[in-house]
Design a protein around this ligand. Structure first.
Ligand code: GUE
Length: 290
């Protein structure tokens, strides 16, 4: 068997076109342009590239972007003060603080200061709780992107055995919750899991977000499985690879996502979707209040 390669850029393009239409409609009906504020602390080159990509993606669909670059040495209070001002700014519908943050910054405090109604990453505890209980406000962008990729490929989740490798707050845990909400049977594996292969071999759908290049090899994958690779690892030679041995696993899986060009472009796209949804929701709330 040779797997179908799921083209994340193509699906992202379709959704971005839908985004442009929604932005235009909001402009015509309500005179509102969705706005996203991105806060970047420090000069990490990878973060700078990601932020630039997010800004470019916003502009392409007509979302207003506001970038705030703060020094590596910024004090907690200054960052928190900026967030409070953005919370109160009616032209801002989404606030994203690029992670990771420098060690002296209290990340939990930062995430809890973002107004839940503008938390387009879905990292605020309120939004985490909403996701757990099935009252989702904002789905975290990467797992949301995976769900949309599966939908676009016509891959049924209900009743399937899904294994998520990686238990981070940003990907693994919300991914498991979102798939449970869609009636999959979900197991989560992590760095302390004994005999990882014993779990992965049973997966109809295998989602890998461990950050370990080459972690998943062909013998660990069931024939005909759907394999979603969330990993992004930069090797010594500058090459970017996922967590899955793409060539080997392609011979066993029915579908596989490449890196780059798989989940990554979807992450940015779902940020756009969340920002537009936020603008629509905040606008509807203001009308109710008026
Ligand atoms: N508050 C916050 N929210 C985030 O969503 C967030 C973050 N912080 N910190 C960093 C991670 C990483 N992330 C990616 C987004 C897009 C690609 C992406 O577009 N990748 C392309 C290009 C890969 C490349 O060439 O580097 C691809 O996979 O095809 C990757 C990674 C969002 N993150």
């Amino acid at each position: 068997m040779t797997a179908k390669i799921i083209d994340g850029r193509a699906v992202a393009d379709i959704i971005r076109t839908e985004c442009s239409v929604r932005v235009q409609r909001l402009e015509e009906k309500a005179g509102i342009r969705p706005g996203l504020a991105v806060i970047l602390v420090g000069g990490d080159p990878a973060s700078a590239v990601y932020v630039r990509n997010k800004i470019r993606a916003c502009e392409a669909v007509g979302i207003h972007s506001f970038t705030h670059r703060l020094a590596e040495t910024v004090e907690n209070d200054e960052l928190l003060g900026l967030i409070l001002r953005l919370n109160a700014d009616p032209s801002v519908h989404g606030i994203l603080v690029q992670l990771p943050l420098p060690a002296h910054i209290d990340m939990a405090r930062v995430l809890e200061t973002i107004a839940p109604s503008k938390d387009v990453d879905g990292f605020h505890l309120y939004n985490v709780g909403a996701l757990v209980t099935g009252n989702t406000v904002f789905s975290p962008c990467t797992p949301y992107g995976v769900v949309k990729l599966l939908e676009h490929e016509g891959i049924v989740v209900e009743g399937q055995n899904v294994v998520v490798v990686g238990a981070s707050n940003i990907v693994g845990k919300p991914m498991a919750l979102m798939l449970m909400a869609r009636d999959a049977t979900v197991a989560i594996c992590h760095a302390k899991t004994r005999d990882l292969a014993q779990f992965t071999i049973g997966a109809d759908i295998l989602v890998v977000a461990a950050g370990v290049p080459g972690l998943i090899t062909a013998p660990m994958v069931k024939r005909g499985a759907v394999v979603i690779d969330v990993g992004i690892n930069r090797l010594g030679n500058g090459k970017i690879v996922g967590d899955v041995d793409f060539v080997g696993v392609s011979r066993r899986a029915s579908h596989i996502t490449p890196v780059p060009g798989g989940v990554g472009p979807m992450t940015v796209t779902m940020l756009l979707v969340n920002t537009i949804e936020s603008a629509e929701r905040l606008h509807a709330m203001q009308r109710t209040a008026a």
